[in-house]
Design a binder for this molecule. Structure first.
Ligand SMILES: [Zn+2]
Ligand SMILES: [Zn+2]
Length: 112
């Protein structure tokens, strides 16, 4: 694992931990409640979609369940897709459809 990769990893861990301490474990959309048992289904969403933007007061974070988080990013993709005149299902232009998924699954892509 590279140094940059390790740091990105720690940062990702860091903001999730902090967001979970800061906010009640409730989905901000559907108000579903979470406990330690299903906490992995609760994700930290970045309101401005910038994962590098992690203010200490948590103002850029929102706790969302997997489904609502998915919807949130889907809306964003559709908005950007419509703006460029692309049809749904066509090849994504600049947006990676997996950046949100990776967030959801808590997995990192294979190196390379
Ligand atoms: Zn939800
Ligand atoms: Zn998100």
């Amino acid at each position: 694992m590279t140094e940059a990769r390790r740091q990105a990893d720690e940062r990702a861990q860091g903001y999730r931990e902090r967001a979970l301490k800061l906010y009640p474990w409730i989905c901000g959309r559907c108000a579903r409640e979470f406990s330690h048992r299903n906490l992995r289904e609760l994700t930290v969403h970045h309101r401005d979609h910038n994962h590098e933007n992690n203010p200490p007061d948590g103002s850029n974070w929102e706790l969302l369940c997997l489904y609502c988080h998915d919807n949130e990013h889907q809306r964003q993709l559709e908005a950007t897709g419509a703006a460029s005149g692309g049809s749904r299902g066509g090849p994504a232009s600049t947006h990676s459809p997996f950046s949100g998924l990776r967030d959801l699954m808590g997995k990192k892509p294979p190196a390379g």
